[in-house]
Design a protein around this ligand. Structure first.
Ligand code: ZN
Length: 393
């Protein structure tokens, strides 16, 4: 945080010309052009900046030159010779990150429209959680423009149990280690292990799936020895506890996580990606009234777990699980942010944990302007794009 004693001192330190223009509040989206045409410097002032670290928590303005962030500051004044965008009512963030989604084989024909949907919802980074055909690795190249994709390639599941749509089945540890080697040479970014089944709303139970604890341990330690973090798909109190205790870097879903395991997650710094909206989305599928009841109760219970996780200081990241038709890209992510707030996590905290990065000088300016969860504008490649429409959870 830059807090010079006075704007004058601030300007002196940065050799800025002190402004001829004093506080000039514009309305939302109204551009105040201060000076010369042809100027390549842009000054954006907002109510406050939120990014993935607290370094710039007190800042309210960003200076951009030729599309590159020059400085991040707190000031009531503006330097001269800049184009000023005054969004004093809005929050500015870097682009956001969807911490869990999937690119399935059918996505191959629609990478451009998926990219558009993600960007329109402020998503500039996404973690692909795996696919039987490792489509995420193709997406990684196809979407390499404005969106960064980190891919698990194929999830690793116990042959015969849940997981065939999102990965590759293995019979035992030897098999699994061979698969990890192959995934490494394919260029994956992390390992995804499927350590349980999924929630079945009709029976109100978790379907079968996952590994013996010893197998899980060996797989995780092999991945770690090779510098790869392991994200575990885990539902059910025991599966989540095992994944946490055996060294998972992150828990995806985590349905039924116990209070004691949440405390362990805090102590071991294990990340929680609860995919609340994905569970809620099951209600959009055809099903009996009893099943719909079960889903509502399950989502309520999961909201309580997320609330406890926040209270215990566990890092909770938003992941939409988008990919299947009933979980659309972009909108599901915004709904996930809304559900995290419904769980009682304060707005600034939700947004901070949704940011794809922190803000720093000398990197290309890719910035969002938010009013609540609605995107009011975006700076991308040095250009202001005002046309992003209202989205609410
Ligand atoms: Zn998933």
């Amino acid at each position: 945080m830059l807090t010079a004693a006075s704007p004058l001192q601030y300007a002196k330190e940065r050799r800025l010309t002190i402004p001829i223009v004093r506080e000039e509040k514009g309305e939302c989206n109204r551009m105040l052009r201060i000076t010369t045409a042809g100027s390549q410097r842009v000054f954006i002032r907002v109510r406050r900046i939120i990014s993935s670290d607290v370094q710039h928590a007190g800042s309210n303005a960003v200076l951009i030159r030729d599309g590159i962030i020059e400085d991040i500051v707190y000031t009531d004044l503006v330097p001269s010779d800049v184009r000023v965008y005054d969004f004093s009512g809005l929050v500015m963030t870097p682009l956001l990150c969807d911490y869990h989604l999937h690119f399935s084989a059918s996505a191959r024909n629609s990478f451009a429209s998926i990219e558009e949907k993600l960007l329109a919802h402020g998503i500039g980074k996404a973690y692909d959680g795996g696919d039987a055909a490792a489509t995420g690795l193709i997406a990684k190249k196809a979407l390499s423009g404005d969106i960064t994709v980190l891919s698990a390639g194929r999830g690793i599941y116990k042959a015969g149990a849940y997981g065939k749509y999102i990965g590759v089945g293995v019979r035992g540890v030897e098999d699994a280690l061979r698969v990890i080697d192959a995934l490494r040479s394919d260029g994956i970014d992390y390992i995804k292990i499927v350590h349980s089944g999924i929630y079945d709303a009709e029976t109100d139970r978790i379907t079968s799936g996952g590994f013996a604890r010893k197998e899980l341990r060996e797989m995780i330690s092999y991945a770690q020895d090779n510098g790869l973090a392991v994200y575990c798909h885990a539902n059910g109190a025991r599966a989540v506890q095992e994944a946490v205790e055996e060294g998972a870097y992150a828990i995806i879903h985590g349905l039924g996580v116990s209070d004691a395991t949440l405390s362990e997650m805090h102590d071991r710094k294990v990340i929680f990606i609860p995919t609340l909206q994905a569970f809620r989305s099951i209600g959009r599928l055809p099903g009996t009234a009893a099943a719909k009841n079960n889903i509502e109760r399950t989502v309520d219970g999961h909201l309580t777990a997320v609330s406890k996780a926040y209270e215990k200081g566990v890092t909770v990241h938003p992941g939409s699980d988008a990919g299947p038709q009933f979980i659309p890209y972009g909108t599901s992510f915004v709904e996930e942010l809304g559900l995290m707030m419904r769980a009682g996590i304060p707005y600034d905290h939700v947004i901070r944990n949704a940011c794809s990065s922190h803000l720093e000088p000398l990197v290309p300016a890719a910035l969002l302007l938010l009013e609540g969860l609605a995107i009011k504008g975006m700076f991308l490649q040095g250009k202001f794009l005002p046309s992003f429409q209202h989205e609410t959870a």
